[in-house]
Design a protein around this ligand. Sequence first.
Ligand code: ATP
Ligand code: MG
Length: 571
Amino acid sequence: MLWTKTFIPTLRDDPADAELVSHKLLTRGGYIRKLTSGIYNYLPLMQRTLHKVMNIVREEMDASGAIEITMPVLHPAELWQKTGRWDTIGKEQMRMKDRHLRDMVLGATHEEVVTWIARGELKSYRQIPLNMYQIQVKFRDEIRPRYGLMRGREFIMKDAYTFDANEDGLKVAYNKMADAYFKAFNRCGLEVKMVESDVGNMGGFGAHEFMVPVTTAGGEEVILSCSSCDYAANVEKAQSVPLVESKRDEEHKTKEMIMTPDMRTIEEVTEYLKKPAEMLIKTLIYLADGKPVAVLIRGDRSINEIKLINYLRCLELEMAPPETILKLTGAQVGFSGPVGLTGLKIIADPEIKGMVNFVVGANKDDTHFINVNQDDFKVDDYVELRNAEAGEGCARCGRGHLEAYSGIEVGNLFMLGTKYSEALGATFVDEKGEEKPFVMGSYGIGITRTAQSAVEAFHDDKGIIWPKQIAPYDFHVIPLFMDNDQQREVAFQIRDDLEDAGYSVLIDDRDERPGVKFNDADLIGMPIRIAIGDRGLKEGVIEIIRRKDMQMEKVPVDQGATRAIEIWKEL
Ligand code: ATP
Ligand code: MG
């Protein structure tokens, strides 16, 4: 492809709204252009990379036995109302009315529609197991669309859905998808980690995410993995054995009310009382779907609201506003405590069971209790609600400790079970003639997010360094001066040789200065560059440059293409 015949609008400056390096590079490299918040045009280079990612994913899905279909983007709201997700997804769903004023939905995911297909077409155990997938655009009105293609409001996803007779069947299907994911991501040049994750509003009984570990700000997810066994989980889900065992053996003292004027935060109270944060209990008051609940957690811990939502089975969780806290506790924010607290459910992290002689708010302004013990108040339920932290013990093997790193979620797997098949009445008749709901799984890969993740993982201060498998072109040929006949001829000959061998080539045929061409080549990041200039041609050589480390090799003109291919293969 000639540069002048395609369309690569590189920019000198970073876009003002871009935070992530990958977002900046894709915009400056002429790959993407924002239409409006979270909605992007994929320009020619991006289109080629996306095609490569989609092809790899499609090949691995096909190889796993999944069958490709295409479902509609536009759905009747009714389907979503039947499964209850009309309410649970809420504002993230793009909605509209058709001309008959019927509610319609732009698909954010396709469990509802695929289950509708199964309900109509799959009747017998002989038709399953079945895995149906598609690669298609999705719409989500994200609260915070950001980071370019990473969190868009419109994006491309591969989504697959499995139908099995029972949980054993589902597990087989699930593992097959996990294998296919490893193969697909590795073929895209990405190293991925499979980690346990929360099921979220998808429902079901188990889930994993595929993460690309990164050290940049692009890692929106925090992962904790064990130093000794293969346990790895998203922090949303991770469990741990706390490192500091609270002292149990100390003699119980009698509780005492003390003045703590204007001391509201854990830091202020610890400083004032000269007691470590692990001697304090935080009492947090939430509204779960409008109903108040108090949560007790050790002072130095942070609460995991996802664990709390899962336990409470609520749709919306928010901190109670000051007036509600005043009404419930009789005190301002910062002085809540469990002693004498009534009229709401009190739940506690089990870690506090081991604490003695601790500090809590006294439900009275400017006052705390010290030397409080478990028998001074009542807890309705103990539930693990704290965030696991790096350095803590592994809850699985008990030997290792947890290490933290950040990652980008590029794919996930959900064991859905029968939530959707039951809600929509999708059943089959088993060998014994009994009618049963399908046991389902759901599996997504963010195609656009995966492509941008590769840039987040592989770049330098000059630009993108594409993994060769998903680079828009395999080779970037640069004749330094197009008006030099010899340079032009050699460049076109090498391009022909490379294309004949089955490789894709971008040739920079612009009348630009060599410096401009090289800077653009660094920026757009094809894996191998071939530069043809006067000085080299006088010695009968061309230069082959590896983008990843800028290592340069001079090669005789007539061996240029052959040697370039060798270097490409070694990448
Ligand atoms: P997240 O936690 O990042 O919001 P999710 O759990 O909502 O992701 P799924 O609904 O399981 O994601 O979607 C499957 C895949 O689609 C994700 O693993 C991710 O790669 C991709 N994806 C999800 N939301 C977006 C988005 N807003 N923009 C781009 N890709 C997305
Ligand atoms: Mg999401």
